[in-house]
Design a binder for this molecule. Sequence first.
Ligand SMILES: [Zn+2]
Length: 207
Amino acid sequence: MDVTTKPKTATAVPAHALARPTREEAEAAVRTLIAWAGDDPTREGLLDTPRRVTKAYGEFFAGYGQDPGQILSKTFKEVGGYDDIVLVKDIPFSAHCEHHMVPFFGKAHIAYLPHDGVVGISKIARLVEAFSKRLQVQEVLTAQIIDAINEHLNPRGAAVLLEAEHMCMSIRGVRAHGAQTVTQRFTGVFAEEKSEQDRFFEMIRRR
Ligand SMILES: [Zn+2]
């Protein structure tokens, strides 16, 4: 594989070409966008909006400050011999598409077959958070989640399925309200054995 096309490791946070702007600069940029939308950023109802938007960005994009390797660093070896599928399903997530900076949101289903121990199940949800609270593409988000699980948990196999609605498709463009985008990726035993994939799908569907 050519070095220039080599994917970043799962833990990598993108390098910045620009220094991080100050909060004042960020608020000024929001005022510019309000004016671009056609409104008056100095009218009363909008005066505090730049402050609120920059604060909200702290939540929308908190993932840049979170390290997936750290989240998955603590594993438990004493599992009473348990070696079957660990599935955490219906993990709600919201991200922002990197093309339009509008939300896409849905559910993540994540499974792995333990080999070197298991991780606390809440850490799986935190892993999704670390990657989804960034500017994202659903396909990349799917790959980053499974790559991090493989890298840090060394499982016999992993399976990730994401289903999401993209606001950039439902409130603009084709306005396909309710359309769901599904992405999935399998590694190890889940990639090699269709019966394991089928078990994953069956467990996701089970209510
Ligand atoms: Zn988009």
